[in-house]
Design a protein around this ligand. Structure first.
Ligand SMILES: Cc1cc2nc3c(=O)[nH]c(=O)nc-3n(C[C@H](O)[C@H](O)[C@H](O)COP(=O)(O)OP(=O)(O)OC[C@H]3O[C@@H](n4cnc5c(N)ncnc54)[C@H](O)[C@@H]3O)c2cc1C
Length: 334
């Protein structure tokens, strides 16, 4: 496998060029960290190979710098052996128990092996087939666990998670990894209107959890959610200057995710996301992942790239001096 996004349908090109953030990131890191080479059509029409040995400056820049440097016509990725079965699945709890559960979860994630990733989603329960009829539509804390290693080792790794609180249901068991990768596709079908806001956190304090839960009390639509991704692990051992994407040290990434089918709901959903994002800002590290930034955060681009900004502008100036590729989170040529 090559590590890609949270679900199986996210476009591979934009995902990779921004970074590529998925459920095995603590073990196999981001999609860009598994890129061996790419064929790129640059602004002057040249077709070049970007790799460690060929145009290494371009290779560095396209690993996080998005579509700023040319049109990528092929990618070559490094593969990892995994599965076919991995221990994976969900545990659901009522949201009223979330303060204690999230505190317990942070203790587990602080010492988790790289193989274990636990993401928390706070949302209204969808009509999942394993839920009894009173739960769909009610606010729940979903813990989504995946152990990217042997199933027996996974059982040891999830034991603490299984022991937390009074569960509604525990459906963690061995599943084919390809099934787990597609498990949430039904919640992310094409055609919906999406708006996301995201923060990185070094830790989740009780005050941060309290402010987060206020937002969950006012979810504007059943498809809206906040997920708190557990990162760190191998991800935190990559240097912030090794690729253009510098944000490697966060322990949690929050994604405030709004989805709706109807444009009439835009204002309500977007306002909710912006309010929650503002409330959580004091707890964040200030770093960001460009693929989780909406278009209205253009003024945050330089901040998202941090100390890599200057080098990115220089590479942009070399390969796209007239800023032909600008319909994106734009990096200005030096
Ligand atoms: C429902 C949903 C779920 C998501 N889940 C994840 C996730 O789990 N992990 C994650 O990391 N991100 C996720 N994202 C964000 C995702 O990575 C970006 O939206 C990404 O841009 C999608 O890639 P795409 O190929 O579909 O890009 P498109 O939407 O087609 O294009 C977006 C931009 O990417 C650039 N681009 C695309 N293709 C090329 C190319 N061939 N050459 C050069 N530039 C190109 C261009 O700048 C373009 O404007 C999700 C987004 C949505 C809407």
């Amino acid at each position: 496998m090559v590590p890609t996004g949270v679900n199986s349908t996210t476009g591979i090109a934009g995902l990779t060029l921004g970074g590529g953030f998925g459920r095995t990131k603590r073990k196999f890191v981001m999609t860009i960290d598994n890129l061996i080479s790419a064929e790129v059509v640059t602004a002057d029409g040249s077709v070049v190979t970007a790799s460690a040995d060929s145009h290494p400056d371009l290779f560095w820049a396209i690993r996080g710098g998005g579509g700023n440097f040319g049109v990528v016509t092929s990618f070559e990725f490094r593969l990892h052996a995994l599965g076919p079965e991995v221990l994976s699945g969900l545990i659901l709890h009522p949201v009223k128990d979330a303060p204690g559960l999230l505190a317990g979860l942070t203790e587990i994630t602080d010492v988790a092996p790289d193989e274990l990733t636990v993401w928390s989603a706070l949302r209204k329960a969808p009509p999942l087939p394993f839920l009894t009829e009173e739960w769909p539509g009610r606010e729940v804390l979903v813990s989504a666990a995946c152990c990217a290693g042997p199933v027996a080792e996974g059982e040891t790794a999830v034991a603490g998670l299984r022991a937390l609180g009074n569960q509604i249901v525990d459906v963690i068991s061995p599943h084919p990894f390809v099934g787990w990768q597609a498990a949430f596709d039904a919640l992310l079908t094409p055609g919906a209107r999406n708006y996301r806001k995201s923060h990185d956190f070094a830790a989740l304090s009780p005050d941060a959890v309290r402010d987060l839960l206020q937002g969950i009390n006012s979810l504007p639509d059943p498809a809206c959610e906040v997920f708190m991704a557990h990162v760190g692990g191998a991800m935190a051992r990559v240097g912030s200057g090794d690729t253009a994407h510098p944000a490697r040290s966060a322990h949690y990434i929050m994604n405030v995710h709004t989805r709706r089918d109807d444009a009439d709901k835009d204002d309500r959903c977007i306002t909710w996301a912006r309010d929650l994002y503002a409330r959580m800002k004091p707890y964040s590290t200030g770093s960001a992942y460009v693929n989780f930034m909406p278009e209205d955060e253009e003024d945050h681009i330089a901040g998202a790239y941090g100390k890599n900004s200057k080098r990115l502008s220089e590479v942009k100036g070399k390969y796209d001096p007239d800023n032909l590729f600008r319909i994106n989170h734009n990096i200005l040529p030096a």
